[in-house]
Design a protein around this ligand. Structure first.
Ligand SMILES: CC(C)(COP(=O)(O)OP(=O)(O)OC[C@H]1O[C@@H](n2cnc3c(N)ncnc32)[C@H](O)[C@@H]1OP(=O)(O)O)[C@@H](O)C(=O)NCCC(=O)NCCS
Length: 282
């Protein structure tokens, strides 16, 4: 069997320029993407950071796991999009320069942050889905076309509409737990390649069995060594450590695998004008 595509290939599909793997593409230190996550755009997928990640002025990060499918027109609205809402006007006087910046810049900078945006592994974001600031989308979720995701999405749920609501759970609770334990996206890619058909169309119990047999269940050394760790990914790219990671005290899987928001999410940088002062407002 041929090896899997190289996750550092920009255009993994021969002769197809509209698809890019994001990992080799992104250069913004606040965007961290796992292997094999791809973005499709008929015009210019290499403009992902400009076209799909909007208002990323602040220190908040966009973290996307492995094996995510991101359709054309998907937009991530980052927290820099939000204006301060402190009194009668939301007009951001300060960004327009003196004299307004002299008197109101601190107010502009005090817009509360909703923290990092975190997309799990194996998430499918449909055509023109809009992901609002600070949202966490769990592993295996599906976001229907043109949905507006305003709140966290549980793993393995299909959400649709504006605001996006759950329209279907892809598996029952026990199977979701099995899938989260199996965490196939953290397997060595050779094993993923070997079992791609079961991953796509098998039973959750089969995946759990493979993970058990291979010593890849959570807590095992082997699982740890293959797990997607955004801090490690950032360090490998010689980027600063991710001080604002919502899952700083836990693992990435814990952050996007659970149904409740990770501790600290939505609280980071609240009213922290100094942190935002380094933003570029161009
Ligand atoms: C989500 C999707 C996969 C369908 O999932 P599904 O579980 O089979 O959903 P169904 O078609 O049975 O619809 C379930 C409900 O969600 C609603 N729904 C589905 N897609 C919706 C959408 N994009 N917006 C709003 N509501 C939607 C349906 O109307 C239905 O509502 P009802 O229960 O009140 O009748 C599909 O609707 C979709 O959006 N696909 C995205 C395709 C895409 O963007 N591809 C880009 C290339 S990767």
């Amino acid at each position: 069997m041929n090896p899997a595509p190289d996750p550092m290939t920009l255009h993994p599909v021969a002769g197809q320029r509209r698809v890019v793997f994001l990992k080799p593409l992104v250069s913004n230190p606040n965007i961290i993407v796992g292997e094999y996550s791809y973005y499709d755009d008929p015009d210019d997928p290499t403009a992902f950071e400009r076209d799909a990640v909007l208002y990323a002025y602040g220190p908040e990060q966009l973290i996307i796991g492995r094996y995510c499918a991101i359709a054309s027109g998907v937009r991530f609205l980052m927290p820099g999009a939000n204006h301060a809402d402190l009194g009668p006007s939301t007009f951001p006087f300060g960004i327009l320069g003196p004299p307004w910046s002299d008197t109101t810049m601190d107010l502009v900078m005090s817009a509360p942050s909703r923290g990092d945006t975190t997309i799990g592994n194996d998430v499918w974001l449909g055509y023109q889905a809009l992901v609002l600031p600070g949202v966490t989308i769990g592993h295996g979720a599906v976001v229907a076309a043109a949905s507006v995701v305003a709140a966290n999405v549980d793993p393995y749920t299909v959400v649709a509409g504006n605001p996006a609501r759950v329209v279907r759970r892809r598996f029952d609770e026990e199977d979701v737990a099995r899938l989260l334990r199996a965490a196939w996206w953290d397997w060595p890619v050779g094993l993923v390649t070997q079992h791609a058909r079961v991953i796509m169309a098998g039973e959750p119990a089969q995946l759990e069995l493979i993970a058990t047999r291979e010593g890849l269940l959570p807590g095992s050394e082997r699982a740890r060594s293959h797990a997607f760790d955004a801090n490690v990914a950032a360090a490998a790219l010689k980027r600063p450590y991710l001080s604002q990671m919502p899952f700083r005290s836990g693992t990435y899987s814990e952050a996007v695998g659970g149904s409740s928001p990770p501790a600290g999410l939505g609280k980071v940088l609240e009213n922290d004008a100094c942190q935002r002062a380094s933003c570029s407002w161009s």
